[in-house]
Design a protein around this ligand. Structure first.
Ligand code: ADP
Ligand code: ADP
Length: 229
């Protein structure tokens, strides 16, 4: 199966006091193939986060269907969720836990036995071994972002989704994050990232889907898109 299949997905947010809510996705369909780096590109407000949050099980869609690694998100939500790791935009871990504890606790959350957890290996993969026992609140912004990526990989999902991984980061950190994304993809992880930077999608992605105002306006291999914009 494709890594992800999005089929005619509509999202209308609840309106205030019974009024019409925002139509954030107007029937979006596309497949993400296995094995590549896929970019979901669009300006702020396009509906990128809404789509990611639907895949993550954080937002319910109004209609349409979606599959992750062949598992329908409504019919087999547990299998679907186990097949995907989501790196959120916001940094969400307890500042008084250490990176090692963050990963161990998350492994516990997934029911992974202690002996089978890969916390040390994941810290090494994101170049945080030397911060193993530091309080998370003392980490730099870049270190925190790398820890979020390690956290999303705890249950060894075949798909990693990054929501605006480089929004508001400096050039050096952006380069580090790009390198990490390429490394994980080289190890076989299918990567999906959202971005509003065309140059980031062009630099990293094999295929790009562009959404605007909740509609898919293009979906092509990157080499065919370059020069169109
Ligand atoms: P609900 O399920 O009612 O939408 P939320 O807590 O997500 O619950 O949002 C409450 C209200 O806040 C929404 O109905 C909407 O009016 C507003 N809101 C929340 N997030 C956003 C956003 N990103 N953009 C616009 N409005 C938002
Ligand atoms: P993007 O990630 O591409 O910036 P979003 O998916 O966050 O776009 O938002 C798509 C549209 O839905 C925007 O108009 C936004 O204001 C609206 N929206 C997002 N979250 C909510 C919410 N919880 N309630 C109401 N409207 C929302």
């Amino acid at each position: 199966p494709p890594a992800i299949r999005i089929d005619n997905v509509v999202k209308r947010y609840a309106g205030v006091k019974g009024g019409e809510g925002k139509l954030a996705l107007k029937g979006v369909s596309f497949d993400v193939p296995q094995g590549g780096i896929f970019g979901l590109l669009g300006p702020n407000g396009a509906g990128k986060s809404t789509l990611i949050n639907i895949l993550a099980g954080l937002v319910t869609k109004t209609s349409g269907s979606a599959e992750i690694w062949g598992f329908d998100i409504d019919e087999q939500p547990r299998n679907a969720k186990r097949s995907i790791g989501i790196v959120p935009q916001e940094i969400v871990f307890d500042p008084f836990f250490t990176p090692f504890e963050v990963l161990e606790n998350h492994g516990g959350f997934y029911g992974i036995p202690k002996a089978e957890r890969r916390s040390e290996e994941l810290l090494a993969a994101v170049h945080l071994s030397d911060k193993r026992d530091a309080y998370a609140r003392t980490l730099s912004g870049g270190m925190k972002r790398r820890l979020l990526i390690a956290k999303a990989m705890v249950h060894s999902p075949p798909i990693l989704v990054l929501d605006e991984p480089t929004a508001g980061v400096d050039v050096e950190l952006r380069g580090q994050l790009w390198e990490l994304v390429r490394k994980l993809n080289g190890e076989g992880v299918t990567v999906v990232l959202t971005t509003h930077y065309l140059e980031e999608a062009e630099e990293l992605c094999d295929e790009i889907a562009i959404i605007n105002h909740g509609e898919l306006i293009a979906h092509k291999p990157t080499r065919e898109l370059v020069g169109m914009a």
